[in-house]
Design a protein around this ligand. Structure first.
Ligand SMILES: Nc1ncnc2c1ncn2[C@@H]1O[C@H](COP(=O)(O)OP(=O)(O)O)[C@@H](O)[C@H]1O
Ligand SMILES: [Mg+2]
Length: 250
C-alpha cells in the first residue's frame, strides 16, 4: 500500500502559496485510481510528490509501511515506482529501441518492445530506429514514454494525462493496455485524466481542486456526479441555476 499522509507542498517563487494542502490518500495494491479535476488544481504536483520530483514541505510518504519521504527519484524507481510525465523529456542521441530496452532491462520478465509500441498505438517498424528528439511529435513522444513505463514491472505506475495529443484509435488501445498491465503485473495504477473512457477503468476516482482532495469515492458514485451537467463541484454543492455564485462558474 502507498500512503500520502498530511502532505503539503509550497514551491519557491509561489510566495508561500500552498500548491497542495494537507493531502491524505491511500492507494491499495493492484487497484486503478483516476485523479481528475480542474487545470492548476495540483494533479501534476501530486504525481511529482509520489515520484520524488518534489519533496513535500510537510507530511510523509509511505510505501508498504516504509517511510520513503526522503528518497530520491532513482531510489523510488528501484522500489518499483514509475511516472510518465505530462510533458515528457526528450533524450538526444538515443533511439526509441534503446530507450525501451533500457526500461525493459529492469523487468525480470521477457519484454517484447515491438508489442509495447503496438500497445500504445505505434507501429514498431516506423519507430524503433527513430531518435528520441524533437523530430517526434508531442503525441508520439507521449506514447513512447508511456511504453517505457509499461516496459518496467512496476508496483506503482503514475500516468499524467496520457490522453493528451493521442488520437481516438490509439487512445482505445491505451485504455485496454492500462487494464492489461494492472492485471498482468498487479501494478497499482494512478492515472491523471479528464477522459470518461479512462475514468471507467478506475476502482476509485479522486477529485483534486485548489490543492485539496475535494472528493474520493468508488467510481460509479463520482462518475455519475462528474458527468451530470446539472452538477457543479463548488463548495456549496448547489444545483444549476440555484444559488449561483462565482465558484459555480467554470
Ligand atoms: N515548479 C513550479 N513553480 C511554481 N508554481 C508551480 C510549479 N509547478 C506547479 N505550479 C503551480 O501549482 C499549481 C498546480 O499545478 P499542477 O500541479 O501542474 O496542476 P494540474 O496538473 O492540476 O493542472 C498551479 O497554480 C501551477 O501554476
Ligand atoms: Mg497537470
Amino acid at each position: 500500500m502507498f500512503e500520502i499522509q498530511n502532505v503539503s507542498l509550497e514551491l519557491e517563487g509561489k510566495d508561500g502559496v500552498q500548491i497542495l494542502k494537507d493531502i491524505n490518500l491511500k492507494f491499495d495494491n493492484k487497484k486503478i485510481y483516476v485523479v481528475t479535476g480542474p487545470n492548476g488544481g495540483g494533479k501534476s504536483s501530486l504525481a511529482k510528490i509520489i515520484m520524488g520530483v518534489y519533496s513535500p514541505t510537510l507530511g510523509k510518504i509511505l510505501m508498504n509501511g516504509q517511510d520513503i519521504t526522503a528518497m530520491t527519484i532513482s531510489q523510488r524507481a528501484s522500489l518499483g515506482i514509475g511516472y510518465a510525465f505530462q510533458n515528457p523529456p526528450r533524450f538526444k542521441g538515443i533511439k526509441v529501441k534503446e530507450l525501451l530496452n533500457m526500461a525493459a532491462s529492469h523487468n525480470p520478465e521477457k519484454v517484447n518492445i515491438c508489442d509495447l509500441l503496438f500497445n500504445v498505438g505505434l507501429c514498431s517498424q516506423d519507430y524503433l530506429e527513430r531518435d528520441v528528439d524533437a523530430s517526434l511529435s508531442g503525441g508520439e513522444m507521449k506514447r513512447i514514454e508511456i511504453a517505457t513505463v509499461l516496459a518496467r514491472n512496476l508496483k506503482l505506475a503514475v500516468f499524467d494525462e496520457p490522453e493528451a495529443g493521442i488520437d481516438l484509435w490509439s487512445f482505445q488501445k491505451l485504455a485496454e493496455t492500462f487494464k492489461n498491465i494492472n492485471q498482468k503485473y498487479d501494478t497499482t495504477i494512478v492515472i491523471i485524466s479528464h477522459q470518461e473512457r479512462i475514468m471507467q477503468l478506475a476502482d476509485e476516482i479522486i477529485l483534486i481542486a485548489g490543492g485539496v482532495i475535494s472528493k474520493q469515492s468508488e467510481k460509479n458514485l463520482l462518475l455519475a456526479r462528474i458527468l451530470n451537467p446539472n452538477n457543479c463541484e463548488c463548495k456549496n454543492n448547489c444545483e444549476k441555476g440555484v444559488g449561483q455564485n462565482v465558484e459555480c462558474i467554470r
